[in-house]
Design a protein around this ligand. Sequence first.
Ligand code: KG4
Ligand code: ZN
Length: 344
Amino acid sequence: MRILAIETSCDETAIALVRASGGLKSPKFKVLKNVVASQIETHRPWGGVVPNLAKREHLKNLPLIFNQILKTINYKLKPDLLAVTIGPGLKPCLWSGIGFTKEIYRKLKIENPKLKIIGVNHLEGHLYSFLLTNKLTKLKAKNLFPAVALIVSGGHTILLLMESLIKWKKLGETRDDAVGESFDKVARMLNLPFPGGPEIEELAKSGNSGAINFPRPMINRKNYDFSFSGLKTSVLYYLREHSTTKREDVAASFEQAAVETLVTKTMRAAKECKVKSVMLSGGVAANKLLRKELETQSSLLKTNFFAPSMAFNTDNAAMIATAAYISYLRKKNRKISAQSNLNL
Ligand code: KG4
Ligand code: ZN
């Protein structure tokens, strides 16, 4: 089936057309079109995402991207399923995507009365984004589970134990700031522009990650919860007390502390739960140090490691299509209305 997915939960307006097959036993995806209109430049002067500006940009971008995609698809590529993110996210942004999807659903249904529409959980989109990697085609779904999945974004830090593609248990999550949020906040302290994650990563390249011993919050606690607010505050105090410090050393040492915390807890869970795979997703999964560390540790443990290719870490609609396919197969009929606090 072909799925046209729409994602507007935060500051990226994204539409993708994805071909899905294989069912729940071995789902396969081919991304036919994947367009993301980034609003970074709009929000940069404000140092973060401004919900009403984001909504305005979504309303402007959605018809432009949709028409761009329509022009390139011929009749044979018409979608069988429309998918839209219903949460979690910023309410005005979610509504702009939902309103637009319902509008095109009414129009496309005239030609194709069998067309269906489905609401998607954004976090399931990140979780299933590993299904967009080529590496997976060599492996069968039954050899993947149990698995631990680490979802790290601007709003969430969640560790899951997946028994199967559709059955999971939350092992832990952040008690305060999400890890992406802490990258963004530390970047602001270092006068780096928004979003902070890629900026910190870039600056850290020329710094010494052992220069400052920032705390690794809750690293020795037995549970799988995280806390990143204390780490951010330590950076703030350090900068106040050391005005002549090298910014690149601060960036590298902060990145090291954040990554080490995530990797230690994830790999402890992987060992204790005797998993076959480790999966990483969300915007922070773009971080090369995090990817490299998890990959190395997974190979030492002889477990598979999956992280989406670069285009599918930060918010995109292809990942929404993967979650839509799985929800559709499970006959999940969510109400299509904005749910800003939706969780896994
Ligand atoms: O998944 P995402 O695009 O949006 C949410 O669902 O929140 O994640 C965005 C977050 C931002 O906090 C951004 O700073 C972070 O992902 N991020 C990174 C990197 N690229 C994006 N953090 C660390 N290193 C990166 N390379
Ligand atoms: Zn996201």
